[in-house]
Design a protein around this ligand. Structure first.
Ligand code: C2E
Ligand code: CA
Ligand code: CA
Length: 408
């Protein structure tokens, strides 16, 4: 384990928490996967589960000096953030009084749960250790999410959030048609946190509603600023992600209209990206909302299309402009026949329903060319450009030919 202040790197295979050792620190898994297992006398080790980025492990060490109750091994090279008890107490003492109180109550309950389970286990042989561990994991997640939630709430108001823009490219001539706005969170201590970590938390806690409004407002402003450099272009659009929670919010449409009208962008310059999951989870509400959006002139795209196991018979009943083929199919299409067939079917389906197709995750020229031959109009992916800050996106727009040479 290499150690640079509180950042640690552990190699695949290394056991960095050992059952029976005194616990000195907890760790946040920043990247990589770890597995948790317990040694049992006269029996093979018992596997309790794996944990990935964003989870807290070994957290009992923050509460008391007890011995570790399980082993933790890195199954990939991992980056960890170490939190010592001292560290933790210092931070806790520095947060506001309410957070301090809530954390102390949670920690006491947490320890009591463990204590109780151990007594019960010793006297009755129940619950089994895996049950205890499962409970602990749940509580770990809770503490973990609470921490992240508090920090994200702060991030929403103190400028830690930003947007990156990824070009959406015409496969016909390489022109940049628009950008997908993708949220970035630059945490003052932890650096950039992946949207794969904070977006699900924001959706779960409802914080996504504020975050989405912020993203829409910021995308509209960015579009205006871009136009101030490259000239007005009513065909240039911003594609903004929205979640089921946003759609379920009563004031969603009002907020949407308000933000767009204040920003002075033309509604046709905004595309909403939603998932199939959203359509399936609230079919009636989604339909009404989307119809209102369409009436207002907004564009609608279905994100990650093909991953939602949805019935296709409903699709034509929604006002959808674009299907975005999920990147997993594009990634595999050259080596996997089934993926290629799926890509073809989605393109045919979209065409039959009068929708545009955007392929996501295009990383190679060959993919782009084949997709074009199959009739897919637009593409987005690292082959053309990664998501980038506004300044670079604006510079790209100033290059007249866009990505023409990349498709030659
Ligand atoms: P998504 O909406 O499917 O966005 C596309 C993701 O694919 C982005 O990841 C983008 O960086 C990545 N990507 C683009 N081209 C390629 C490629 O060629 N290869 C590979 N491997 N990846 C590529 P990112 O920015 O990490 O975002 C992950 C997810 O987080 C997004 O997936 C979206 O579901 C969510 N997200 C990001 N920003 C927002 C937001 O503002 N609001 C909401 N609700 N969700 C967001
Ligand atoms: Ca998207
Ligand atoms: Ca997607």
């Amino acid at each position: 384990m290499t150690n640079f202040q509180n950042l640690k790197t552990v190699r695949a295979g290394e056991i960095f928490i050992r059952q029976g050792d005194p616990g000195k620190s907890a760790y946040i898994v920043e990247s990589g996967q770890v597995e948790i297992f317990i040694d049992k006398p006269n029996a093979p080790p018992q596997f309790l589960g794996t944990r990935g980025p964003g989870t807290l492990i070994g957290e009992m060490a923050l509460i008391d000096d007890d011995k570790r109750t399980a082993n933790v091994r890195a199954i990939e090279d991992c980056n960890l953030i170490e939190i010592t008890r001292e560290d933790f107490n210092r931070r806790l003492n520095n947060t506001d009084a309410v957070m301090q109180m809530v954390m102390r109550v949670l920690m006491t309950r947490y320890r009591d749960t463990l204590f109780r389970s151990e007594i019960v286990r010793e006297s009755l042989g129940w619950p089994p250790p895996e049950e205890v561990e499962r409970k602990l994991m749940q509580e770990t997640k809770t503490i973990d999410n609470l921490r992240l939630e508090g920090e994200f709430k702060a991030a929403l108001t103190n400028g830690q959030l930003s947007l990156n823009y990824q070009p959406i490219v015409s496969l016909d001539d390489g022109r940049i048609l628009g950008f997908e706005a993708l949220m970035r969170w630059n945490h003052p201590e932890k650096g950039f946190i992946s949207p794969a970590v904070f977006i699900p938390m924001a959706e779960e806690t409802g914080l996504i509603i504020e975050a989405s409004k912020w993203a829409l407002r910021e995308s509209c402003r960015a579009l205006k600023r871009m136009e101030s450099h490259v000239g007005q272009n009513p065909n240039l659009y911003m594609s903004v992600n929205f979640s089921a929670k946003d759609f379920a919010e009563e004031s969603f449409l009002d907020d949407l209209y308000q933000i767009i009208s204040v920003s002075d962008v033309v509604p046709t310059q905004i595309q909403l990206e939603i998932t199939e999951g959203l359509l399936m989870s609230q079919p009636e509400n989604a339909k009404l909302t989307l119809e209102m959006c369409r009436k207002a002139g907004l564009k609608i795209a279905i994100d990650d299309f093909g991953t939602g196991y949805s019935s296709l018979s409903y699709l034509h009943t929604y006002p959808i402009d674009t299907l975005k083929i999920d990147q997993s199919f594009v990634r595999d299409m050259l080596k996997n026949k089934v993926s290629m067939e799926l890509v073809k079917s989605i393109i045919t389906l979209g065409k039959n329903l009068g929708m545009m197709i955007t392929a996501e995750g295009v990383e190679q020229k060959e993919e782009g060319l084949i997709l074009r031959d199959l009739g897919c109009e637009n593409a987005q992916g690292y082959y053309f450009a990664k998501p980038m800050p506004e300044k670079q996106a604006t510079e790209l727009l100033l290059q007249l030919n866009g990505f023409k040479e990349k498709l030659a």
